[in-house]
Design a protein around this ligand. Sequence first.
Ligand code: MYR
Length: 282
Amino acid sequence: MSQIVILTDSTAYLPTTYCEEHQVHVAPLSVIFDGDAYREGFDISVAEFYERIQTGSLPTTSQPNIGDLVSSFEQLPEGTDIIGITLSSGISGTYQALHTINMMVDHVNVHPVDSRISCMPQAFLVQEAVRLRDAGATAETIVQRLETLKEQIRAYFVVDDLEHLQRGGRLSVAQAFVGSFLKIKPVLHFVDGKIVPFEKIRTFKRAVNRIEEMMKEDIRGDGTGYVIGVIHAEDSAKAEAEIAELKALFPQARIEMSVFGPVIGTHLGPGAIGVTWYHAAE
Ligand code: MYR
């Protein structure tokens, strides 16, 4: 039976210890400040990034280096199946890059999986892939399961200043409506892999409350069997406060915290918060 390698990109923001323990390979995306590229998780930490943008520096971002990926794939044994779980193809070229690499390398089989999202929901897919690989599933079974699971994961987020998303061209709103959205704090989500406003809300707190309301409609009962994630932009106090509220609402759910690291932080700006959840398989 061929070896299965699980690859994801750095925007899943999985802890390094998790990736090492579970042999998850990570392809870093980069932030670019004044023409210098910093691979997130390697050349720049989350804390360094948020400190640097406080000085007014405005970075851009770039997808993983194709040459580096090809070189690392060349080290793998003939016939290896690589399951590559990427951030949404609607916001980055990373998924397409894996397809390109698949055509360039002959001795391994790359199975690109488009998470259609990013961050912790993408990490949930990686964790499920690890679980199935360790249980002896084939690459095809793993990919099929991820395609099903990604439709079940829900995620909403709120940013403090929509200008960042707008500047980076990642907000999918008709030009005529942009002005009206920039003044408020809409709840955002992904539709068909792209970021769109879910609902117009005036204040940050009300937007977060609206996400909790949706969770109450979806997660009936005490949260048994659910995994919930709270994602913050280097503001763990804000995330802890949100987690305390969610624990009171869903005492039996498994609630975890994660971050919007440098690449995603470039597009969301400081102050963003996200909540994601799904019902784990029995
Ligand atoms: C690239 O340069 O290829 C990376 C572009 C990344 C765009 C990120 C846009 C924000 C994504 C927010 C994800 C929130 C998930 C809950």
